[in-house]
Design a protein around this ligand. Sequence first.
Ligand SMILES: Cc1ncc(C[n+]2csc(CCOP(=O)(O)OP(=O)(O)O)c2C)c(N)n1
Length: 332
Amino acid sequence: MSTTEQLTELAGSQEEYLQIHRWMCLSKALDDRMHSLVKQGRAPFVGSARGHEGIQVCAVAALDRARDWLVPHYRGLGSAVGMGLTSREWMLAVFAKADDPLTAGRNIPGGCFGYRARHIASVSQVVASWIPKAAGMAYAAKLRQEDAVFVCTFGDGATSEGDFHEALNFAAIHKLACVFVIENNGYAISVPLRLQAGNPDLYRRAAGYGMAGAMVDGSDVPAAYAACKQAVERARRGEGPTLLEARIRRINSHTSEDNQSRYRTPEDIQEALAFDPIPKFEHWLQERGWLTTEVAERIRAEYEAESAEAADWAEQQPDPRAEDTETNVYAG
Ligand SMILES: Cc1ncc(C[n+]2csc(CCOP(=O)(O)OP(=O)(O)O)c2C)c(N)n1
């Protein structure tokens, strides 16, 4: 496993790390606001990305947003923010408003979304079904001789699906410009990894497909960024796909409909907090003199206010019209 200590050379500049930090903080602020909205009965649902922010942001920070694409899983708020999604755009989706750019008000928040303008391809709620789509998009780009890279993110549970196998095999055969990122939080809802995989080193499956494989501590942002950059550069050079396993911890329940205390021990839940990538990364930035406690606090407050404002604003926007119910759902 790569760790910050083993990094002899940093993968990015001070500016890049500070941008990554900002995106992580914005993702957390939106996530926290959604939990409040659900408790207040104003929003229906949240599938939290808490604990995932480091790897999610790093995976897309390594991209060129003008030509590359993200094919994320439903828990991909941090990745979407890194692709340029704004607080107001996200909240339009949370409240399923007419102008929601992600689903036009047609899906649960974060459940299933796409946003062509931000190069985010349509996610599906059907676990792993978006992985072959990423391979298909990369194949199309190859045929068109475009040099776009496609980052596809998914959970450990998704690796048990046939779609995972078919997509990786196809991507390896055609040396596609894909980076497959497993956000391994150790659970598929309540099913722990030991009941999901005979070999817990999921990245080792890469060898079976004939592609590069790597594992990284996803709570270690500098290590995660280095691993993501390496994989993106490999894909850009035409050297084929990478399977990157990021070991992380899920801080919250699977969704707001779930209660993780029914199947996780208090120690396990408590321990997950020690792997929260945000304080860990802030400590690293502070050690380098790139961030102070005051500035970190100011960024937190700024994004808390922005998320609250975006929610209040979005709630007031028009609902979709009943007569538009079938628009973009059925062919005319
Ligand atoms: C094909 C399919 N089977 C089952 C489900 C129900 N389901 C939704 S999320 C989920 C867990 C997926 O876990 P994982 O891939 O590890 O991602 P995580 O939610 O932990 O990020 C399951 C089983 C589904 N949506 N699709």
